[in-house]
Design a protein around this ligand. Structure first.
Ligand SMILES: Cc1cc2nc3c(=O)[nH]c(=O)nc-3n(C[C@H](O)[C@H](O)[C@H](O)COP(=O)(O)OP(=O)(O)OC[C@H]3O[C@@H](n4cnc5c(N)ncnc54)[C@H](O)[C@@H]3O)c2cc1C
Length: 307
C-alpha cells in the first residue's frame, strides 16, 4: 500500500452536479467526508471546455430552472427559464460557497482504482480509525492519483458521481471506411465556427437532444449547404413551452401518479395540438412519447424527406 492512507467515513467521486448534491447532504448529516475531483474545478460537464467532454458553447439547458435546481437554492426570479451553461456553472459555484463545500473538495484527485477490502483484515492490519466499525457492512479502498503520486483513501461509504457522458460511444457503419468526409462524435462538437462547418453538407445521426441542439446551431450559425437529421426510430420532439409555461411544469404529482401509458396519451395529444402530428414532419416516432428520454427543442424541425 502507498505511504499515505486517509480514512474518511464517505468518499464522493466527482464534483459535478450529482457530487455537489451528495456532498451537501453528507455535510448536513455531519458525515466525515471528502469529494475527490479529477479536474481542477467543479460542475463537471456544465463547465465549458474546448478540448474535453461536456456542453457545447451554445448549450442552454432543456429542463427549466424550476426543475433543475437544488431543492434548498432556487435560481433568482429574474433569471431566464432555460439557462445558458455559464449560468449553471455560476449557480453551482455559489451553491458550493453557500455550504462551504470547497473545504471538503480535493481537486486534481483522480480515483484510479476502487476495491472492496476485507473488513476484518483492515481492522487489524490498518489500525482503522472509525469508531463504530460494527455499523458498517463494507469497506472500500480508493487509489487516487494526485499529480505523479498515489494516495489511498479508506472508507465504508463511496458515492460514485462520475457522470455517464464522458466516454463517447462510437458506432461503426458499414461502408464507413470508404466515406471521404469527416465523421465526428457530438462530444467533439463545440460550435459551427470551432468545428469549421461553413460550406459543409451535414448529416446528424440520431435525434436525441445533442442532435437537435447541433442541428439548430448549424442551421442558424453554420453557413452549411444542408443539414439533415436521420433517425432509425423517429422521435417525439417536445417544445420547451406549452401555452406560455415551461413544458416540464405540466408533469404534476397527479400526472406522475398515473401509469405512464395514460400520461403519454395526454402528452402526445398536446404535442399534436401545439406542433402538429410528428408524422407531418417526417419524425415518424415508432415509440410512445414518454417511453424514452424525451427530445426537447425550442424550434420546430423543418420537414425533410425520406430519400
Ligand atoms: C451536452 C450535454 C447537454 C446536457 N444537457 C442537459 C440538459 O439540458 N438537461 C438535463 O437535465 N441534463 C442534461 N445533460 C445530462 C447531464 O449529464 C446531467 O444533467 C448532469 O449534469 C450530470 O451531472 P453529473 O454530476 O452526474 O456528471 P458530470 O457533470 O459528468 O460530472 C462528473 C464529474 O466527475 C468527475 N470524475 C469523473 N471520473 C472521475 C474519477 N475517476 N475521479 C475523480 N473525479 C472524476 C468529472 O471530472 C466530473 O467533474 C446533458 C449532458 C450533455 C453531455
Amino acid at each position: 500500500m502507498s505511504e499515505k492512507v486517509i480514512y474518511k467515513e464517505c468518499c464522493v467521486i466527482g464534483c459535478g452536479i450529482s457530487g455537489i448534491a451528495v456532498a451537501r447532504w453528507l455535510k448536513k448529516y455531519n458525515f466525515d467526508f471528502v469529494v475527490l475531483e479529477k479536474s481542477e474545478d467543479i460542475a463537471g460537464l456544465w463547465r465549458y471546455k474546448e478540448n474535453d467532454y461536456g456542453v457545447m458553447s451554445f448549450t442552454h439547458i432543456n429542463v427549466s430552472k424550476y426543475n433543475y435546481s437544488f431543492s434548498d437554492y432556487q435560481f433568482p426570479k429574474e433569471s431566464v427559464e432555460f439557462m445558458h451553461h455559464s449560468h449553471i456553472y455560476e449557480y453551482a459555484k455559489s451553491y458550493m460557497k453557500m455550504h462551504n463545500l470547497y473545504d471538503y473538495t480535493k481537486f486534481n484527485h483522480q480515483v484510479i482504482l476502487l476495491e472492496e477490502l476485507n473488513k476484518s483484515d483492515v481492522l487489524y492490519s490498518e489500525n482503522l480509525k472509525f469508531q463504530n466499525m460494527d455499523n458498517y457492512e463494507r469497506l472500500w479502498k480508493l487509489t487516487v492519483k494526485v499529480e505523479n503520486r498515489e494516495i489511498v483513501y479508506i472508507s465504508p461509504y463511496v458515492a460514485v458521481a462520475t457522470g455517464h457522458h464522458f466516454a463517447p460511444k462510437h458506432v461503426k457503419f458499414p461502408g464507413q471506411e470508404t466515406f471521404t468526409g469527416e465523421i465526428i462524435h457530438s462530444v467533439k462538437y463545440k460550435n459551427a465556427k470551432f468545428n469549421k462547418m461553413a460550406g459543409k453538407k451535414v448529416l446528424l445521426v440520431g435525434i436525441g437532444n445533442s442532435s437537435v441542439d447541433i442541428a439548430d446551431n448549424l442551421v442558424t450559425q453554420g453557413e452549411c449547404t444542408s443539414v439533415t437529421i436521420s433517425s432509425k426510430s423517429g422521435s417525439w420532439v417536445f417544445p420547451n413551452y406549452i401555452n406560455g409555461y415551461t413544458t416540464d411544469l405540466y408533469p404534476s404529482r397527479f400526472m406522475l401518479s398515473l401509469p405512464w401509458q395514460y400520461t403519454t396519451i395526454i402528452y402526445e395529444n398536446l404535442i399534436k395540438f401545439i406542433c402538429g402530428d410528428p408524422k407531418k414532419y417526417n419524425l415518424n416516432p415508432n415509440s410512445r412519447a414518454l417511453q424514452y428520454h424525451p427530445t426537447v427543442s425550442p424550434r420546430n424541425i423543418v420537414k425533410g424527406n425520406d430519400s
